[in-house]
Design a protein around this ligand. Structure first.
Ligand SMILES: [Zn+2]
Length: 263
């Protein structure tokens, strides 16, 4: 599998990114949205956000009333989503599933969503057990190994075998732009002593940089996801001003891209 296999689509004026290897099995629908559509509540008027969500869902063939969202607190809680949770957070930020940064589901027609503006969205498909996972991993989520945890939970709950999983890492802030403080750098060195290579120190700027892509890839490798089943978009949200929002670059408030995935 080509590790850089990504594809842009544009329908009815809505431009979004897909990862063809995730779609090949024909079991799931997924997308990563782009500017100018702001899909997170907070910056724009609520009606505007709902209009944008409806627009994306129409193109993807999803029911926007069923969009399911978590609070995203940079924690480690993962929730198994079924019909009972479906639609939480679709219409208002108050409705989201509390304290959640990761989802798994094996129920069809449950559109899972994650909102990001630099953090890494991770899409997981088990084409054998017919299950999906979606993860929100900023530096905190990456540090507490959210990606690894979600894979392990899919194993436990659905009997997924890591070697069957197809995983995509969506656009997020790249090592080119992601400077972090010494505390964050040393927390990573402590958590991942065996693979320190995704933290580097630039002598010229005297700054630490963090490679979230590599740090999440390392976790996938550890739980035995095959390297050639990982699609890495390697697109930096901060570098691509014209297509993505970036919290680091734009400051707060900025818009949010939405990662969507549904069986
Ligand atoms: Zn960059």
């Amino acid at each position: 599998m080509d590790p850089n296999k990504i594809s842009w689509k544009e329908e009815q004026g809505t431009r979004y990114l897909v990862f063809p290897p995730l779609g090949e099995a024909g079991l799931s629908t997924h997308a990563f949205t782009s500017r100018p559509l702001d899909l997170g509540f907070g910056r724009e008027k609520r009606e505007e956000v709902l209009k944008n969500r409806r627009k994306v869902c129409r193109v993807l063939g999803m029911n926007f009333l069923l969009l399911t969202a978590g609070e995203q607190v940079h924690g480690t809680k993962i929730v198994k989503v079924g019909e009972a949770e479906r639609g939480r957070g679709a219409l208002s930020p108050e409705g989201v599933i509390r304290h959640v940064d990761g989802f798994i589901s094996n129920v069809p027609e449950v559109p899972l969503t994650i909102l990001t503006a630099d953090c890494v969205p991770i899409f997981i498909l088990d084409p054998v057990r017919k299950a999906i996972g979606l993860v929100h991993a900023g530096w905190r989520g990456t540090l507490c190994r959210m990606t690894e945890r979600v894979v392990l939970m899919m194993e436990e709950e659905y009997g997924s075998r890591p070697e069957d999983l197809i995983v995509a890492l969506g656009p997020s802030i790249g090592p080119c732009c992601y400077q972090v403080g010494e505390e964050v750098a040393s927390a990573f060195q402590k958590q991942f002593p065996e693979w320190p290579s995704f933290i580097s120190f630039e002598l010229a700027s005297e700054k630490w940089t963090l490679d979230l892509w590599k740090a999440n890839r390392v976790q996938l490798r550890k739980v035995k996801v095959r390297d050639d089943n990982i699609v890495d978009s390697r697109m930096c949200t901060s570098c691509h001003n014209d297509i993505f929002f970036s919290l680091r670059r734009d400051g707060s408030p900025t818009g949010r891209m939405m990662s969507l995935m549904m069986l």
